[in-house]
Write a protein that binds this ligand. Sequence first.
Ligand code: HXC
Length: 290
Amino acid sequence: MPVPKADYLSSVWRDGIFENKVVFCTGGAGTICSAQVRALVHLGANACIIGRNVNKTESMARDIATARPGAKVVGIGGADVRSIDSLNKCVEKCVQELGAIDYVIAGAAGNFISPIQNLSANAFKTVIDIDLLGAFNTLKATLPHLIASAEKNPNKADNACTGGRIVFVSASFHYTGMALQSHAAAAKAGIDALSATAAIEFGPRGVTSNIITPGPIAGTEGMERLGSRDAEASGLAQKKVPLGRYGSVKEIADATVYLFSDSGNYVNGAVLVVDGGDYIPNASFRKAKL
Ligand code: HXC
């Protein structure tokens, strides 16, 4: 049973804008990234999704392919973003099967909650390696293809959008710090620096690098782990967001489509915070005073 379009994409986008384009996505079997890829596939792209779990990744690829008749979606399981060799092999397979890489979503992340005093050095390093080194490896392995895509754009023969873009899926909790998240917060701060540097280094080649920071998004594994299953805690957490609710995966997919579409042509080195205002310091205090 195909996922209804209304669950992963707004109706404002024109069909076919990503025709003949290829999306490469790490963490593509996850709740947020699969919605991002599904939206791009619906709008004409083919895609390659990368994950650790073979069955989950391959079955998600088949599922995403139902978003558009004729869509090609390749699922590569058994991959590990901590290894540049693993990513290089995934990139090679993607280009062999789909011919190019025009857009990249660096979405793989690992997380668990722990106070600093309970974190071993290896536990800290594990999350840094998945979240930050994994983001670097994704950029490094795909960069030649992003540059090639950006360079062919001036001669593009179709009406599809401009290629040569990477989006890192990160978070906004490192701007304030967050209890139990020292490892991920440190990694996300590194992603800010990595993306901004890539924006400066590769902007002159036509490649853009941006970050999307989802806030609390309903139905994700991260939210489940952080305790949103508890109805009372969930109600309080939703009230803390200035917009008064959790976000949806569709809202992250829409932000991705914007950044990859020609509407986002001049956006480079930006952090697009999609969290209902949740990251704003003292937002809950100010809201309570109104
Ligand atoms: C303390 C822990 C721990 C925990 C693992 N470790 N879990 N320490 N509390 N709950 C320690 C281990 O003891 C070990 O240290 C080290 O971390 C590595 O653990 P491994 O299990 O060997 O690592 P690995 O198998 O590579 O697993 C990585 C993982 C795991 C991150 C620990 O959870 C994972 O694979 N997650 C992938 C899926 C995932 O997390 N998705 C959620 C993404 S959501 P020692 O010293 O014993 O060797 C997201 C958004 C979060 O990121 C938003 C938050 C606001």
